[in-house]
Ligand binder design. Structure first.
Ligand code: NAP
Length: 339
């Protein structure tokens, strides 16, 4: 099985590459060769240099090559999807498009999500553009037999990156006992998936010809509240997480440029619980096993060995600190108003 990964050294894709190598596939990886440091590729992978933003570099990189399957982690909108169809039609037996579960209907109407849940997210441009990409690929399948399989990860992490608004900065605030802002009251349900679990589902779809024309999400079966997610980090680190609950709507107002503000409003503040029956039917070996307590332990161990890659970001820390101070000031101001 000759498979090409576009991406391949990212948070999710590097575990998928490792799983494909473990399953004795002939694995090729295309990227710019810039970010392998944190997640080195396993032995036996063929590397190709190319830039998906530069169509000419992609044509040159893939000149004359053909694959049993191409897995594209770097297709974000209709333009990217059209470019992939033009580049790869007739040259791959299967094309796996990495989409996102953020596109399931927000506000949430019904859980658990199934693959037929209506795709609609008026809050998040990212999700709207991923819907448009799926539509291009679905049309290419219907009209041109382009052999697409759509995969929608939900919030997926690996040992090198905690799945938290604020990444290692949020983790660090919990560990050192500083208050951490939690949007809302922290009781909505959220699903965190370890990339190694995801990878078993994804690799099982490669060369699975019945999966062509189908869509799948691949997630953990464990749903936790945000309060539990943070409490578990505290317990893992031997401390108690100090959480400060603020209305989610507050974040885009006071921190409009923070990457996570929109994601919280459009995704993380809603409940996300998944029915994984479909992927388990197509890939019986998919049995997500890494619970969040286990994942948090792995993150803690990884950080201990890679301190240089897991430092808090001073700007993010200052922003989170300002939110805490602002809340304390507001509490004091309201107290003064008391009769
Ligand atoms: N993580 C999640 O929670 C989540 C949830 C839903 C969907 N997704 C989807 O998952 C995908 C991201 O996967 P990931 O997390 O594994 O990736 P990632 O962590 O964003 O890593 C990016 C990868 O792509 C390569 N790359 C970046 N820009 C490139 C370019 N212009 N040309 C060629 N290669 C480039 C990088 O290597 P170089 O820098 O060396 O080029 C690296 O291998 C996205 O489609 C995203 O929408 C993720």
């Amino acid at each position: 099985m000759k498979v090409l990964y576009i991406g391949g050294t990212g948070t999710i894709s590097s575990s998928c590459v490792a799983e494909s190598v473990r399953q004795d596939m002939d694995v090729h990886v295309l990227n710019r060769g810039r970010t392998a440091g944190v997640r080195p590729l396993p032995d036996g992978v063929t590397t190709i240099t190319g830039d998906v933003q530069d169509p000419e570099s992609m044509r040159q990189a893939l000149d004359g090559a053909s694959y049993d399957c191409v897995v594209n982690f770097l297709s974000y909108d209709a333009k990217d999807a059209s470019a992939a169809v033009d580049l790869l039609a007739g040259r791959t037996g299967q094309y796996i498009h990495i989409s996102t579960a953020s596109m399931y209907h927000k506000p949430v109407r019904r859980v658990p999500f199934v693959e037929s849940t209506t795709r609609h997210n008026p809050y998040l441009t990212y999700a709207q553009e991923k819907i448009a990409a799926e539509d291009v690929l679905r049309r290419a399948y219907e009209e041109r037999d382009f052999p697409v399989t759509i995969v929608r990860p939900s919030h997926t992490y690996d040992d090198a990156r905690p799945p938290l608004p604020g990444d290692w900065t949020a983790w660090d605030r919990i560990v050192r006992g500083d208050e951490l802002v939690v949007p809302g009251d922290g009781t909505s349900l959220w699903t965190l998936t370890h990339a190694e679990d995801f990878a078993v589902g994804l690799a099982g779809l490669i060369g699975n010809w019945q999966a062509i024309g189908e869509d799948f999400h691949i997630t953990s079966d464990e749903a936790l509240t945000w309060n539990e997610i943070y409490d578990i980090i505290g317990r893992t680190a031997g401390t108690r997480a100090r959480l400060l609950h603020l209305p989610s709507e507050f974040l885009p107002v006071v921190a409009p440029d923070w990457f996570w503000s929109n994601l919280i409003i459009g995704d993380l503040s809603h409940s996300a619980v998944f029915d994984n029956t479909k992927i388990k039917r197509f890939v019986p070996s998919f049995r997500p096993a890494i619970t969040w307590p286990a994942g948090a332990r792995r993150l803690l161990e990884w950080r201990a060995g890679h301190a240089e890659h897991a430092r808090p970001n001073p700007e993010t820390d200052a922003l989170l600190g300002r939110l805490v101070e602002g809340h304390q000031a507001a509490v004091a101001a309201v107290a003064k108003l008391a009769p």
